[in-house]
Write a protein that binds this ligand. Structure first.
Ligand code: ZN
Ligand code: ZN
Length: 232
């Protein structure tokens, strides 16, 4: 979908709570905040999508076990506000908008690929009432014309919030297993990539169940700060 259609799609998901970022009455993300979306449109790692000042085939932020990962935007304002409004305020209309933004800025996967949402642990899922990655994957599947197969299960574990990279890896290692048959070419769908540890653990479970190739698409990437790592 061309970026120009984002505004039209915004009008399609009107809800009453106003903009998730600036609170202006109207759609879940207003036109001004949508225009501020920090799109990843410069050079990026061809393998994991992390933005860099130059094009490269691999980088220190590459995600183990994921053949190709892509993200539409950096995890910078107004993206965290929109993601929090979806997850914590349960504003489900934002999932459709997030999928529209992803489809506008990322090419769909190769023919034969199947989208696999990254699951929440059962306790978290029960508490929230839905899995945001599942809502995003289903809308993305409709936009791209790609099937969705919810074939991963996640075990309950401690919250990731506030954890460092090493702790995250330890928490999610072995946290996933596949349910039934898995697609030969899976593309994981999640909202935000922080360290990549979650995607890596989910990819490992898919490959252990027979998946030959695992990719990943997410709305946003937490981009390393500091000079030289940001583009644009
Ligand atoms: Zn706004
Ligand atoms: Zn990389």
């Amino acid at each position: 979908m061309p970026p120009g259609r984002i505004g039209t799609a915004l009008l399609d998901v009107l809800i009453g709570d106003g903009c998730a970022a600036c609170r202006m009455p109207g759609p879940p993300l207003c036109a001004d905040c949508t225009a501020l979306m920090p799109v990843i449109d410069g050079h990026a790692c061809r393998r994991c999508g992390h933005p860099w000042p130059d094009a490269r085939d691999a980088c220190p932020q590459c995600i183990a076990g994921v053949a190709q990962a892509r993200q539409a935007v950096r995890y910078e304002s107004p993206v965290p506000e929109a993601v929090r409004a979806l997850k914590d305020s349960r504003r489900r209309a934002l999932a459709d908008l997030i999928a529209v933004i992803m489809a506008a800025h990322m090419a769909g996967p190769a023919h034969g690929a199947v989208l696999v949402p990254v699951p929440l642990a059962p306790a978290r899922h029960a508490d929230r009432g839905f899995n945001q990655a599942d809502l995003i994957a289903r809308q993305l599947g409709r936009l791209w014309g790609v099937p969705v197969h919810d074939c991963l299960m996640r075990h309950d574990g401690p919250s990731q919030r506030g954890s460092g990279a090493g702790a995250r890896r330890a928490q999610v290692a072995g946290a996933f297993h596949a349910l039934g048959r898995v697609p030969l070419h899976a593309v994981l769908v999640d909202d935000v990539v922080t360290t990549g540890a979650t995607l890596s653990a989910a990819a490992r479970a898919l490959r252990a169940a027979g998946c030959a190739r695992v990719g990943a698409v997410s709305l946003a990437r937490v981009v390393l700060g500091g000079a030289g790592t940001r583009v644009g």
